[in-house]
Ligand binder design. Structure first.
Ligand code: TRP
Length: 453
């Protein structure tokens, strides 16, 4: 089934870096801390970790294998697995629609980091009071022109990289800068842990109070597990299709999940001590990282330099993730419609740009537009895609793979190239029973069918 001449990863480590580059992004540094804050801390973190281990990781392995097995992008992959008219094609489409919608708001947040690069570079935060710095996010959020401008810049950047193609585009760029980001995060964690709010911050993140856990929070934790591992949108299927048979997919997946979760926890350790040191709100919402970090940068030696670098790297992390959302959409149009890479990127990229406009205006022009349960447009798209499309799509994938494919085929694919092939029965058991049942319980819980807590 190997497509001759399909682009391949130059090196294995290149793949791990690109996959981590996709996984590590705004989800870890922007979304996870603010979700943790909104959902009361430790208990949310515990549920999230359970979701990663029992649902995220097994499905990450599954997606990479679907890609390698079929050597195709999502829609074609499912078609190859089950024949043309099967409902599996529908899954492929769901996967792409989610990607499209997700990138539209992801890009808005990526754009915020551009504003913060500029602000840092211009030393705007210097000798301002913590509260003034904190409030600057609100000014950005309610400024329609800035949001549109930065959203556009972010999308154009992603499009430029995707036009360049797999190896020259994704792999090379990711390699260098992710390491620097990690170092900077560690520096900030160090500052956090030596600040007066450290103890309270750590307690908030790591000591679970299960009485604070709501059905909504459990669904958020599940959704975020998909969000942070770049699941359910065909990204990992597409990346897997660039892997050869020698690649040890289960081991790679383990590493990607571990690194990704580690960065998310570090981001919390960097942010919550600041929150408690200055008496800010843990429930500050989507602006949390932008409201808190500059406060500390403003008081550090060479703070504005570090701040500029940090937000640049955050922007970069967002771009590596952004391109991984755009890439499968483009790939599908190339494989399925025979478009050139450039045409596909331009048409699809500009479409995402347009679809993202209402999200970019959610704090200003469209602030009074409330959709799902009093959420604004931006929050509604995020909520719908992350908490419903991702888990439902993945549930379908898990059931399809676990129940409708031949066990022999799955086993030979699992074992291929892997030193941990003996864990095949464990993986199969989890994909067949544990993940689907877990997801269904969470869904039934939220629609009020029964009470988990
Ligand atoms: N995982 C990325 C993050 O945490 C976001 C992301 C990139 C993503 N590609 C994805 C999420 C595909 C879901 C599906 O920022």
């Amino acid at each position: 089934m190997n497509h001759q001449g399909r682009e391949q990863w130059k090196t294995k480590i290149g793949f791990i870096i690109a996959a981590s580059g996709s996984a590590i992004g705004l989800g870890n540094i922007w979304r996870f801390p603010y979700m943790t804050g909104m959902n009361g801390g430790g208990a949310f973190v515990v549920v999230y970790l359970l979701c990663i281990v029992f649902i995220g990781l097994p499905l990450l392995i599954t997606e990479l294998k679907i890609g390698r097995m079929t050597q195709r992008s999502p829609i074609a992959a499912f078609r190859a697995l089950k024949g043309k008219k099967s409902p599996s094609q529908l899954m492929g489409w769901l996967v792409l629609v989610s990607g499209f919608m997700m990138l539209s708001f992801y890009s808005v947040v990526g754009g915020w980091s551009l504003e913060y690069i500029l602000k840092s570079f211009l030393s705007v935060f210097v000798s301002k009071s913590p509260q003034t710095i904190y409030d600057m996010f609100g000014e950005l959020y309610s400024n329609p022109a800035k949001n549109l401008l930065w959203h556009t810049c972010f999308m154009l950047t992603c499009m430029a990289v995707v036009v360049a193609g797999v190896q020259r585009g994704i792999e090379r760029w990711t390699e260098i800068l992710m390491g620097i980001l990690l170092v900077l995060i560690l520096v900030m964690v160090g500052r956090g842990l030596t600040s007066p709010g450290a103890a309270e911050g750590i307690r908030f993140v790591f000591s679970p109070d299960f009485s604070k856990l709501t059905p909504g929070a459990i669904l958020e934790a599940l959704g975020h597990a998909f969000f942070t591992l770049s699941l359910a949108m065909g990204i990992m299927i597409t990346y897997g299709s660039y892997l050869d048979d020698k690649a040890d997919i289960p081991r790679f997946s383990f590493w990607v999940a571990t690194v990704d979760t580690g960065v998310a926890l570090l981001a919390c350790l960097m942010i919550f001590p600041i929150v408690f040191s200055y008496g800010f709100e843990a429930q500050a919402g989507p602006g949390l990282v932008f409201k808190t970090l500059p406060v500390v940068f403003s008081q550090m030696p060479m703070g504005m330099f570090f701040s500029t670098v940090f937000f640049f790297l955050l922007f970069f992390a967002a771009v590596t993730s952004g391109i991984s959302i755009l890439e499968p959409v483009v790939r599908a149009a190339m494989d399925g419609l025979g478009w050139q890479r450039k045409t596909a990127t331009l048409i699809l990229g500009f479409s995402v740009l347009l679809v993202g406009v209402p999200s970019a205006l959610s704090g200003s022009t469209l602030a009074s537009l409330k959709l799902l349960g009093e959420r604004n447009f931006f929050d509604s798209v995020d909520y719908l895609v992350t908490n419903w499309f991702f888990p439902l799509g993945s549930l379908a994938v898990a059931i399809f793979i676990g129940w409708f494919m031949s066990e022999k085929l799955l086993q030979s694919e699992f074992v291929k190239g892997s030193k941990v092939g003996k864990y095949f029965p464990v993986w199969l058991f989890v994909v067949r029973y544990v993940s689907p049942v877990g997801m269904m319980l969470i869904f039934l819980n939220i629609v009020g069918f029964f009470k988990l807590f």
